[in-house]
Design a protein around this ligand. Sequence first.
Ligand SMILES: [Zn+2]
Length: 461
Amino acid sequence: MAEQQQNASNSGAYLIRGAAILGGAAEDLLIRDGLIAGRGQDLDAEGAGVRDATVIDARGLIALPGMVDIHTHLREPGREDAETVETGTRAAALGGYTAVHAMANSTPVADTAGVVEQVLTLGRTAGWVDVRPVGAVTVGLAGEQLAELGAMADSRAHVRVFSDDGICVSDPVLMRRALEYVKAFDGVVAQHAQEPRLTAGAQMNEGEVSAVLGLAGWPAVAEESIIARDVLLAQHVGSRLHVCHVSTAGSVEIIRWAKSRGVDVTAEVTPHHLWLTDDLARSYDPVYKVNPPLRTDADVQALRAGLADGTIDVVGTDHAPHPSEHKECEWAQAAMGMTGLETALSVVQHTMIETGLMGWADFARVTSTAPAAIGRVPDQGRPLEVGEPANVTLVDPAARWTVDPSKMATMGRNSPFAGRELPGQVVATFFKGHATVLNGELNTPYRYPADAVDAGPAGRP
Ligand SMILES: [Zn+2]
């Protein structure tokens, strides 16, 4: 259950007037002591014994469960020139998130109980969202020897998601062992599906555009062959597999087939793969260089259809901030990756909701309920009902804004959406009942009580 302790710096109570719950009927929500204390028409806060509630006029706004990112690179420890837990989680709160999974490819790599506990502590000190450390599958991401998965699972960080993201666990024997190992504690292996031998030196999607530009191509089959292998391995050992950042139409087909056969597989798509194509590489602007690469319009359409029909379970940002000198250089030398935390909601609204492919209840499923379930995150992805933890995001769907990376909270300036006008803006984010974002701006972080008890992982949904 929710931690109900509060201390003086955590704000007391909020009465949200007239928000469309999941885009449906307008109701009031009363937030108090970290919980949703009331929901209904014309709630009477004083009648409920709450005298000091801050009233928020939320007419025209949509109330959603706080978003949960299954795939974030916070860069700390070790790459504080790119991002810190503080800056990355400020960006997350502004983007409507109340929890993020911090990928393991930090320096040192998060491959021991000590490092994942360090990341957990950094997240709690920052207080903007729940930071759930991801543990590495192999020692040093080297792909040679399994990391101490059990020790990370048993640590204070309660790690349930394991990934060498950035690098594929390409050795099938190691992948099999990892899948077998995580069963003991209900964990999941999140695979970065990229056959390394088929992508050596690759710079962009292999196709018409790469042929024209003369850049080494990255074939779809390099992703699809690993996903095909891994769903069969997961079925063989009866374990849970998550596929990171699916980018091709063929990958969607394989996952659809695997699910129809009962394989326990989940998959994610990034906001940028729901919109952008490899045509953008013609600009030679490295802001469009990313791993997996931007693909074709046919892939984009298949990814949207897969997300809409549930083949793809979640939207994960793959937020990957880089210092400017690693992006503002020649394409061949540039680092791969894009920021995403502060634009994800808007890009999904643009690509999935305004196209009529999904509604806001589906949005809540793919950005909150499903990622919280995959990561076994306690107190997140819960329905907006009385008694539930108050992790809530208020969105103005009618707002329009132009992306300006220099105004973002993330240290990364590498947004592929810079200069684009996007719909939808986060007005408020409540984390454990505390407003981390108010009126579209950062408020104050949640302060964990000194005697906070670690919530264990949520059970199987
Ligand atoms: Zn990756």
